[in-house]
Design a protein around this ligand. Sequence first.
Ligand SMILES: *[C@@H]1O[C@H](CO)[C@@H](O)[C@H](O)[C@H]1NC(C)=O
Ligand SMILES: *[C@@H]1O[C@H](CO)[C@@H](O)[C@H](O)[C@H]1NC(C)=O
Length: 231
Amino acid sequence: MPPVGDPSDLPTCLLCVCLTGSVYCEEVDPDMTSVPALPKETNYLYARYNKIKKITAKDFGDIVECSSVYFHSSTVVTLKRIDFTGNIISEIEDGAFSKLTMLEELSLAENQLVKLPILPAKLVSFNANHNKLRTKGIKANAFKKLNKLAHLYLAHNELEAVPFIPETVRTLHLQNNNISSLTVDTFCKSNDTYYIRPNMNEIRIDGNPVNLGQYPNSFICLQSLPIGRYQ
Ligand SMILES: *[C@@H]1O[C@H](CO)[C@@H](O)[C@H](O)[C@H]1NC(C)=O
Ligand SMILES: *[C@@H]1O[C@H](CO)[C@@H](O)[C@H](O)[C@H]1NC(C)=O
């Protein structure tokens, strides 16, 4: 039985630093290998540089049978930012983040992911730099329904194509992947030569095999050229 009472009695808050609304579990010793149970009304979880391997559907799920401080549903709705940078996460169950309806920032940078789970709809910033993501590990509609997404970081992976990018995106980092070609529809619309893509003001595609100079029609709708190789 987990202890009941003041959240500062939680084991998590013995290993980690819990301040109002924030839980800091960085480089926890002994090794933290799974997502910690969170106190009620956690807004920010920083769990960088640990040994977390896997994120399961129940880590951020509703656990309703328990009336103690481990009652997760009240945590889940309050989480706004989660940072798992620098763990060894290689697997995330598909529904793992589905209850995180308020989540705005998620970092999974510097992990071992080859594919992405379903992402929460209100994300503003998503960072999966420095993983092992393959194009076949990112579903065609992975970002399509994220209609607040402004910052998308997918640099230093093994992507072979640019995924579908919603119009809300301002910053797109795809440097150091294995992208070898683009199409007109990657950023623009082949059936609408008057289309101007709103918002997008920083695209990095440097460090990929693609020669951007071969795809002038792919950028006519952009307000600034992507950073990359032009010859
Ligand atoms: C990059 O893509 C090419 C095919 O376009 C493939 O042959 C090669 O193995 C890929 N390299 C890496 C590091 O995945
Ligand atoms: C271009 O195609 C899209 C999707 O097929 C469609 O929704 C849009 O109305 C078309 N635009 C023009 C200018 O034909």
